[in-house]
Design a protein around this ligand. Structure first.
Ligand code: GLC
Ligand code: GLC
Length: 808
């Protein structure tokens, strides 16, 4: 069952009923100011950091669900409603929500009045625009009241939700005509404030929540709206809100448009006040001026759309498969941009107060993003590397506002360092900017202790070699990619974190996954050394990689597939010998991607075992059999009920590793089959089961051991976005930048017989026309009319358009 449809020409998903199985959201903003908005207008806004600079309040996991947003109420002779359906939930005559790239448009109508709400963040501004158009579609003249409503968050979202003894006394606002200023804590250490403005004369306003809503009421029946009045309140403490009231009269067929602006302003400390106690509004007024007319809003929206057109033109495909086209050309890339900005910090599952930017997460997100805005990727690489320690280990997370490593979680996740090499290599392949390797980058943000980025990469590489266990395999530390495989934790206490507790710190637990990563990523390090003229270091790196490959085949092969790990006691994890958890997905993916066992048969064998034991109609599960009880020696993985999350859920992030691995062994059918199983556009028809947005990937789909296999959770912020884009764009469609040219090596079945990829890279456009037999195998390339040996199209001069014909 579907709840809407794709509109590819508009690059929108159109939701046609408010009653989706879960709030289906969108993200606004792509610079410093961001917002989340659901199809019912709920969500919140923040500046840079969802924890430290939250502008509006939202209550997670609440009843009912839509608790906080930018809402608009309409009241006419005692009848009141919200065009977003929630929070009033009065019946609508029509409803439509269009989630586009960086904007959302929601239209609802009731009894002849239609209201269209447009939400977006104009580029270059720290502001959210809410444009409201009301239309009289009836035959009579109509007079009604239009109310805006949002609730301010007192900046620090964690304190805001927990420190009420303070919070309920600190709230402060100023009302100046049609602008409501939120200035809590501005009197002391903050030099930032927010405002909510409308470009029309108001008939009333409210800034005190209880006065507007009424004690013992809820957002679905605010007292002010119900009674068709406003109380013109000025909040002192309690809960400051912003609500404007506009009295509107429309002739039949007439419409009127209002522009609301929610802005964030920072003033220099010396310019905070206009006079004692009154904030300096100069900058706010400039922002208000910029959006005082609908024409300015139209221009800003047009600018946003053009921005996306430019971005998305860097990689696009035209094939006969609409679903493939729309995922590659629109939604997968869009999600990559969102994950790049948000990491795992803020969604309808991530509350914005827990995690900041993840070291491993951000490096992987970069893989799907780097072709779009390489300048931002460059900055991100430097930020990430600045949280590395001198011994090559790294903070697992950092706060986006301060860019400092997060001490609560600390370091010790032994896969982290290697991801930095992969991220940096992807950036250099995309741009050819080797100069980044000479950037001087601090360790642990300590300006006194710095080294070149290249030296950081060396420390990453050596961190693995300096932390080798009894079998010659890398030590796992607190966990590797799988945060929940905690082999040194041994927690019997529910109040301990699995990730940060190390009750038996030993140097025995080893990870075959990190070994696979080392063999996959190590050659990139060697290639960078080579290109910088350090052949000796390159040769050393290659030797280490080759010997790790041997160790994997000797101690990491279980007979039919790759082992997952050795635990604290040296026992096998992910082996035939285990009663549960016999086979894990991660090492099968990464070891085969690295080419381990490709010439000796293990690679194919491992992937066949994946097919047999891990594949399901909804994707490939992480482990099988699921853990049915808690295993203290394995940690969090066995804490989840079978079929969920890391315990045998379909953890979508690593499904693309299997797709890529299938292309490594040359099996296009299987690669594409796995792709279609988890890719949202292909499963739109089962949206009722899947529950999450049909336009983006979710982190997890319940596995075969779960109560409801196929039901997803945790949409949007997942490495699934980047890795699926890598899998489909670079390995299935097969176009990927390398150091000296663009590799063209498609691997798709006969059901995609021909397609054209347009790829902008290093200032040149490559138009690649592929004729595909579906049998895989080496491609034949003709570049600008001349046959070329191998699968690499050499980089051409900037500004050129290169035509490539490819036959597979
Ligand atoms: C979450 C984490 C990621 C981790 C994965 C598997 O998505 O953000 O870092 O690799 O879970 O545990
Ligand atoms: C939880 C999640 C996992 C995540 C970890 C660290 O265990 O299941 O996906 O990576 O927390 O935050």
């Amino acid at each position: 069952m579907r709840f809407g449809h794709f509109d590819d020409s508009a690059r929108e998903y159109v939701i046609t009923t408010p009653k989706t199985p879960f709030p289906w959201i969108n993200y606004l903003g792509s610079e410093g100011f961001f917002g989340l908005v659901s199809h019912m207008g709920s969500g919140y806004s923040f500046y840079r950091d969802a924890r430290l600079r939250r502008l509006t309040r939202y209550r997670y996991n609440s009843v009912p669900n839509e608790q906080g947003g930018r809402f608009f109420y309409i009241e006419e002779n005692g009848d009141y409603w919200t065009p977003t359906f929630a929070p009033v939930k009065a019946d609508l005559d029509s409803f439509e929500c269009r989630h586009g790239l960086g904007y959302t448009r929601i239209t609802g109508s009731r009894k002849g009045i239609e209201a269209e709400l447009l939400y977006f963040i104009p580029r270059g501004h720290n502001a959210e625009v809410h444009q409201v158009t009301v239309r009289n579609k009836s035959k009579e003249k109509r007079s009604f009241k239009l109310y805006s409503f949002l609730e301010f968050c007192l900046w620090n979202a964690h304190d805001d939700a927990t420190n009420l003894q303070r919070n309920l006394s600190t709230g402060e606002v100023e009302v100046d005509g049609s602008t409501i200023y939120h200035k809590t804590e501005y009197r002391e250490r903050r030099n930032h404030f927010a405002f909510y403005h409308v470009n029309a004369k108001v008939s009333g306003f409210d800034t005190d929540r209880e006065s507007f809503v009424g004690m013992y009421n809820h957002l679905g029946e605010p007292e002010a709206v119900k009674s068709g009045t406003s109380k013109n309140t000025v909040a002192h403490g309690w809960a400051p809100i912003a609500s404007h009231r506009l009295d509107v009269t429309l002739a039949p067929g007439e419409e009127q448009t209002f522009v609301f602006v929610l802005g964030y302003i920072e003033n220099p400390v010396s310019e905070k006040w206009e006079k004692p106690g009154i904030i300096n509004k100069t900058r706010a007024k400039q922002m208000i001026e910029a959006f005082s007319k609908p024409a300015q809003v139209d221009a800003a929206l047009k600018d946003l759309k053009e921005h996306w057109t430019t971005l998305l033109s860097r990689y696009s495909v035209a094939s006969r498969d609409d679903k493939l086209n729309r995922m590659v050309n629109i939604w997968n890339q869009y999600q990559c941009v969102v994950t790049f900005h948000m990491s795992r910090s803020t969604s309808f599952f991530e509350t914005g107060i827990g995690r900041g930017m993840g070291f491993r997460d951000s490096n992987q997100d970069l893989l799907g993003f780097v072709h779009l805005l390489p300048e931002l990727a460059r900055e991100r690489i430097i930020d990430i590397a600045s949280t590395q320690f001198p011994d090559g280990s790294a903070y697992h997370q950092y706060q986006p506002l301060t860019k400092r490593g997060n001490n609560d979680i600390g370091s010790g996740f032994n896969d982290d360092p290697l991801w930095l090499i992969l991220g940096a290599a992807a950036y250099i392949k995309e741009t050819g900017d080797y100069a980044i390797l000479d950037e001087s980058v601090p360790f642990d943000n300590n300006a006194e202790n710095r080294a070149s980025l290249m030296e950081h990469l060396k420390r990453s590489f050596d961190h693995v070699l300096n932390n080798i266990g009894p079998h010659g395999l890398p030590l796992i530390g607190r966990a590797d990619w799988n945060d929940c495989l905690n082999l040194n934790c041994f927690s019997e206490t529910p109040d301990e974190s699995y990730q940060t507790t190390g009750n038996r710190v030993g140097r025995t637990a080893e990870s075959i996954f990190i070994a696979g990563m080392f063999v996959y990523i190590g050659p990139e390090y060697a290639a960078l050394c080579e290109r910088r003229g350090d052949s000796a270091e390159a040769a050393r790196a290659r030797r280490e990689v080759a010997s790790m490959e041997k160790v994997v085949l000797e101690h990491g092969w279980d007979g039919e597939w790759f082992l997952r790990a050795y635990d604290f006691f040296g026992n096998k994890v992910g082996s035939q010998e285990n009663e549960e958890g016999k086979i894990f997905i991660e090492p099968q993916g990464f070891c085969v991607m690295a080419g381990i066992g490709k010439s000796t048969g293990q690679a194919v064998q491992a992937l066949d075992a994946v097919k047999e034991r891990l594949d399901t109609p909804y994707g490939v599960v992480l482990v099988n059999p699921a853990y049915s009880r808690y295993h203290v020696e394995l940690g969090e993985i066995s804490s989840y009920p079978p079929g969920y999350k890391e315990n045998a859920g379909i953890f979508c992030h690593n499904n693309p590793w299997i797709m890529i691995a299938e292309t490594v062994v040359g099996r296009p059918e299987r690669a594409f089959e796995y792709y279609k199983k988890i890719t949202p556009a292909y499963i739109e028809e089962i949206s009722d089961l899947h529950k999450m947005e049909p336009y983006v990937y979710s982190q997890m789909i319940a596995g075969k051991d779960a109560a409801k296999p196929g039901e997803a959770k945790n949409s949007w912020l997942t490495g699934t976005a980047a890795w699926n884009f890598v899998a489909v764009s670079q390995h299935l469609l097969g176009v990927r930048p390398d150091y000296d040219g663009l590799i063209v090596q498609p691997c798709l079945p006969a059901e995609v017989p021909e397609f054209t990829v347009s790829r902008w890279c290093r200032g040149t456009t490559y138009i690649i026309v592929v004729k595909n037999s579906g049998k895989g195998g080496p491609p034949k390339l003709v570049v600008d009319g001349k046959p070329v040996d191998g699968h690499t199209v050499p980089y051409a001069a900037k500004g050129k358009t290169v035509k490539v014909e490819c036959t597979v």
